[in-house]
Design a protein. Sequence first.
Length: 155
Amino acid sequence: MVQNSPHQVVIYADGACKGNPGVGGWGALLRFGAAEKEIFGGETATTNNRMELRGVIEALRLLTRECEVVVYTDSSYVQKGISEWIHGWKRNGWRTSDKKPVKNSDLWCELDELVAKHQIEFRWVKGHAGNEGNERADALANRGVEEAARSGSAR
């Protein structure tokens, strides 16, 4: 478990989708001491779960050295997936317990690689409940949706 540390990176990540599947966005707020960074992006044809994963992935990609990280997400899918389910999926060759391919395995593999580079704790936070960091990540994800809808394409 990651303890509070002055050298700790805190990430709030979120995803949004208008239609599921549909136009989606991801956003993340990163904090390191007094410094903050906001990032967001989107895709025209995606799902909410893919955007939830993408928000965490894009935030972790910004870390240039090994860090202590706490990731806050309102997605049980992301929190449980990376903390509990992924071990069985990897053991079963990226198949679920009922032998079906794991959905979004491309993103889970990418997240798994990034997580291995850091000391990370994933914490679930209730969405739309007034948590300032989560609310900002949600707003960033919605900016990603708007950008993707306007441009007709995105990352």
